[in-house]
Structure formats: C-alpha cells, structure tokens
Design a protein around this ligand. Sequence first.
Ligand code: URP
Ligand code: ZN
Ligand code: ZN
Ligand code: ZN
Length: 478
Amino acid sequence: MKRLLIKNGTVVTAEREFNADVLCEGETIAAVGEKLDTPEGAEVIDATGKYVFPGFIDPHVHIYLPFMGTYAKDTYATASRAALVGGTTTLIEMCCPGCDDDPLEAFELWKSKAEGISACDYTFHMGVTRFDAEAAEKLKQIVEAGVASFKVFLAYKGAFGINDEELYETLKLAKELGVIVTAHCENAELVAKLQAQLVSEGKTGPEWHEPSRPVRVEAEGCHHLMTFAEQTGAHVYVVHTSCKDAVDVIADAKGRGVQAWIETVIPYLVLDKSYAERPDFEGAKWVMSPPIRDKAHQPVLWQGLAEGTIDTVGTDHAPFDFKTQKHMGHPDPAKALNADFSLRGEGANFTLIPNGIPSVEERVNLLYTYGVKAGKIDLRTLVKVASTQAAKIFGLYPRKGEIAPGSDADLVIYDPDYRGKISVETQQMDTDYSGFEGVQIEGRPSVVTVRGEVAVRDGEFVGTMGRGQFLARRPTHF
Ligand code: URP
Ligand code: ZN
Ligand code: ZN
Ligand code: ZN
C-alpha cells in the first residue's frame, strides 16, 4: 500500500490549528499526530513553514453548461486540473438540463462528461427545470443513484427558470426525500421588465447588466424562496448571494426557523461593479448573475463569513471566452465579428452576453490573500467556508472536509511565502481571459493530494487524468 507522510506542518481544520504530521495510507488518512514514525517505503513531504489544509470543496461550478446559445468553455480535463492547482479537490457541479429534457438522461449525460476524465472527485446538484409526475419519478431515481441536492432557478425566464407551482412541488418532494434544494434567487419577471426598459432607452452595454438586476430584485428572489421553504419545511441553500439586502432577507427567515444556508462566491468578495463598467465592451468579462455589486457590499460579505451568517464560498465557475462568446452581446455588430453565435444581429445588447466568470482556479488563493492576510477571516474560517461546511451541508462529511483518521487523503500543503500574480498566460482554465488579471496573490498550494496521490507539486499539475471519482451521497436534510 502506498504511504505518504506529511511532516512538520501546521494542520488547520475548521475547528483547530496545531502542529502535527499526517500519515496517509492508500487513499485515506491513517494518523494525525506529533512526530509520527516514518513507515518503511513511505514518501515524506516536509511541510515546515506551511499549512496543511483539508482538500477544498467548490460547491458551485459549471463545467458542461449549455447556456444562452452557447456552451461553457471548460471540460473536466481543464477544469479539474485548474481546480487542483488552486487547491480544490472536490467539485460539485450543477447539472442543468433544458426544461424539455429527460432528467435521468441529463444526469447520465453530465456524469459522462466527468467519468474517466476528471482528475479530482466530483458530484452533482440535480437541476430541476421542469416539475411534473414523470420528472418527479426520475428525480427519485437520481436521488437513489447518489445525488442528495437539487438546484432550482428563480431566474432565467424562458430557459432554466421554473414557476411557483413547480417550485412548491420541488420543495415538497425534496422535504420528503431529505434532499436540500440549492437556488438561484432573482425575480425573473422583474429582470425581464428592467432589461426591456433599459434596452428601449438605448442602454445596451455591459454596464447596464447590474442595473437590470438590482439588489432588491435579488432580495425579492430570496424572500420568495424563504416563503416557499417556510410553507413546505424544505431545507434550502441560496447560491451566489451578492449583497447585504439578500443576506438580510435570508438571515431574517433563519431567525423565524427556516432551514436555510447562504453561499457567496469569490467574484463578489474581491471585485466590484466598476469592472463591468469598463469601456469598449471589456466590461462583458465580468457579466454574471446576480451581478457584481457596489464595493459597499464587500465588507458585509466578509463579516458574514467571519461571523458565520454566510456558510460557504464557492466560485460559480462559468467560463466563456471573451473574444467570441462574450461578444455575442456586443451592441455594435461591426465590432463583434468573432462571435460564434446565431443569436446576435441588429439589436444585440448586454442581455445576450453569456453570464459567468472563470474562477475555479483562483478561489482559495484569493480567499487566503484578501481574507486571511487582510485580517478579515482567520485560517479556520477559511477552511470552514471553503471546505468543511460544504462537506457537512451536502453529505460529504467526514469523508471530505476534514483531517482525521478515516477521511479521504485529500490535502493541500499551502505555502504562505509564495508571491505571484494571476494571469491568463499561466492559468489552467481554458478561457482567453482571466477575470482577475494582474491581481496579486500571497500564497498558493505547493502540494495537493487526491485520495493519497500527489496531484500537484510546486504548483504544477502532476496528477492522473480520469482518477476522479463520482461521490455518491445520501440525503441528510429531513
Ligand atoms: O452568471 C452566472 N451565474 N452564470 C452561471 C449560471 C448561474 O446562474 O449560476
Ligand atoms: Zn445562478
Ligand atoms: Zn416574491
Ligand atoms: Zn451557477
């Protein structure tokens, strides 16, 4: 059996920070303690001056995503490598079928994109984009097959969005099955009306994306979900929460006993809406929904993480190329000749810019640099919000998100002395731009293991493509 001994590091979990060695045997952690003996034949990694974190979990990524007339750019090959280099060892992807698709076929299709390709472990939130008796039957089978969370969109009218009756029935089924429902919360009708109004006024550039989905529209979506959760007793998880208004609405509902969890995502913590306001259409790089907000919301989100009001930090990794895909929404056809789309033409505008930012690679380094180093969160909170909480909420704990005997040997040996800059030139993600170009980072994973195998060394991917496993989960939210 392969043995790996990580010596002299500072082990950091969600609960504790202590000096210890970590012994991995095969795919799991065998022992954690001071001055462990080196078993014969073991590989020894010296972690002096470094942190040893449990592998990070990204609870919100899109890899295979048919969306807004195109497809998200990464594959599991590129995305899992990028995730691992950035310290993320488990991905939870949104399985997003079209509303006419068969849910079971969609689930198999999404799984087939990862099986035998992914270098890191993965699982799925099952998107519910239609609810009827047939869909309910298929959803039950998908839960049996190991999916313990659903995803609904209270946005994207005419695409992934579901109506109130479908929402109610989905939550009722989820409650019965013990499945948590993750939700994109914005009022879809208001977004459609505001988009139409702005476009009719000639406001067509990416800078109008944020005004078309203002904070109160997100807060209303959250309020809507909270009301339905309260009436059905279902457990809900609000994805990509961007602003104080939304956090307040959810916290208020939690105060009334609603079982709700809050996720924010890395772009909201380190970027602000001025990026989407950059001239000459460059702002399109930062168009995502809900939009990146005014800087004033950032301290509220950091404080929410520090205090525990906000449970997790994901990425909402949704990569689209700038020159072709983002240009689908360029208002000037003469300047958008590279766009590979059928949707555009006279009258194109910001509503046709594929929503999303590539970010699976950068989350941990940005959280460390702009959270821990900046004094906004401590090391244990970093582990909690970027790993352990997601494992607990989504039925992966203590297999993932923990450093203890019996847990999977997914470990990140983190070098706090590394200094570097993020750039499209060096990223693993398969897009033609970085949303964080030139941003300074102070620390990076030097070694990353996936179930006992070294997958990253000195910041370089050295893992095995296809070694990633589908993580079957059991419902816990009764
Ligand atoms: O803008 C975003 N968030 N794109 C990906 C789809 C979604 O809403 O999560
Ligand atoms: Zn979303
Ligand atoms: Zn409402
Ligand atoms: Zn998303």
